[in-house]
Design a protein around this ligand. Structure first.
Ligand code: SF4
Length: 363
């Protein structure tokens, strides 16, 4: 059984779309800095970080200059699960999270004793926006027989309502584990990832209806044309992409799994269906290979992201420097809410620590 909900209510869907668009309108990309100005910011930030015992964790989708700065200053670049773990285990007094809001919240929940700041608190995620706690909670109440599994790309309140939190690197394994226990799953919010998990595992899943605006833009038809141009290329895709794209992918995985697959692949040309920010790490980890972005709708009226998350793009050296100077843009999570959200988060971390996660693909 695989069922998608919410779209039965077209008014609701239109309201959700309008809300995402409203946030998108506010997601202004920072100005591009020249090399000298960048270096000057990097020096000032590094000095401040040393003084304040701060560490920077950055997501693979953020600007390459932030990824480099994180690594040069003893911080970390990774996917959301790895970022949360690094943040929890490092000895920083201040944790700077370059990413989007739910990542800052997860870092604060896992490290309540640390000051967590972000270059901007405006950076969010279409999945988080389209899964408000009141509606989600009502939906859970209608299906009390189901185990509630939510993606990490959700608010602290939605996490607190869940039995499990998962990232894309662990979602399949967790749902397989639940299926073995005879559990039925209520999944939120990404319908493409949920549908991929349902098809792969055969689990009984009820799906929330939301999508990532970046991955939803990848087009299967364009990908088929591209494959003709690069017949020997491997296709690596993130499971937030639509099912028609996943069907032609050689490897389907989280950002870290995509990087590992690119390193291990014998192919010299690799087509990648995820945010272009990951190309910086791909090029570092697999030099000598050619990486090609999978086709989106293109720069026409229908493309809202063109493989660049507008919210990840809001993180900049300037905004980081400004928030670190006065410890502004602090992430705060109500302590009761944090305690409730910690339960499913900890369940995921324990599961990840005790299980060897699998990578799926045809090659
Ligand atoms: S890339 Fe997609 S899933 Fe990731 S933060 Fe942006 S909108 Fe959300």
């Amino acid at each position: 059984m695989n069922q998608v909900i919410s779209s039965e209510n077209s008014e609701q869907l239109a309201a959700d779309t309008a809300l995402v668009r409203e946030y998108l309108d506010r997601a202004v990309r920072p100005a591009v800095l020249d090399a000298q100005t960048q270096e000057s910011y990097k020096r000032k930030i590094t000095q401040l970080m040393r003084q304040k015992k701060a560490r920077l964790v950055a997501h693979y989708y953020t600007d390459s200059v932030l990824q480099d700065l994180a690594e040069e200053t003893g911080g970390f670049v990774g996917d959301s699960l790895e970022m949360a773990r690094f943040g929890r285990d490092c000895d920083a007094e201040i944790l700077i999270v370059a990413g989007v809001k739910f990542m800052g919240e997860s870092a604060k929940i896992l490290s309540p004793e640390k000051t967590v700041i972000m270059p901007t608190l405006e950076a969010t995620c279409s999945l988080d926006i389209a899964c408000p706690i009141d509606k989600f909670s009502a939906f859970c109440d209608q299906h009390p027989d189901r185990t509630v599994v939510v993606y990490a790309n959700t608010s602290a309140a939605v996490k607190a309502r869940a039995d499990w939190v998962v990232t894309s690197s662990i979602a399949l394994d967790v749902v397989e584990h639940l299926m073995e226990q005879g559990k039925k799953v209520l999944w939120a919010p990404d319908k493409h990832l949920g549908s991929y998990i349902q098809k792969t595992t055969g689990a009984d899943m009820l799906l929330w209806d939301a999508a990532c605006i970046v991955h939803e833009e990848f087009k299967a038809r364009g990908l088929a044309d591209m494959r003709k141009l690069y017949p020997d290329a491997a296709i690596l895709a993130h499971p937030e992409s639509p099912s028609a794209v996943l069907e032609v992918a050689d490897v389907i995985g989280s950002t870290t799994q995509i990087i590992n697959a690119a390193k291990q692949s014998t192919k010299k040309e690799i087509i990648v269906a995820t945010d272009q920010g990951i190309f910086h790490k791909l090029q570092q980890m697999a030099p000598g290979k050619k990486f090609i972005i999978a086709p989106t709708a293109g720069n026409d009226a229908t493309c809202r992201s063109c493989a660049n998350c507008p919210w990840m793009g809001m993180n900049s050296l300037e905004s980081l420097y400004s928030s670190l100077q006065d410890n502004s843009n602090r992430v705060e999570v109500d302590s009761q809410l944090a305690a409730a959200a910690m339960i499913p988060l900890q369940r995921m971390l324990d599961f990840a620590a005790n299980n060897q996660l699998k990578v799926r693909g045809k090659a």
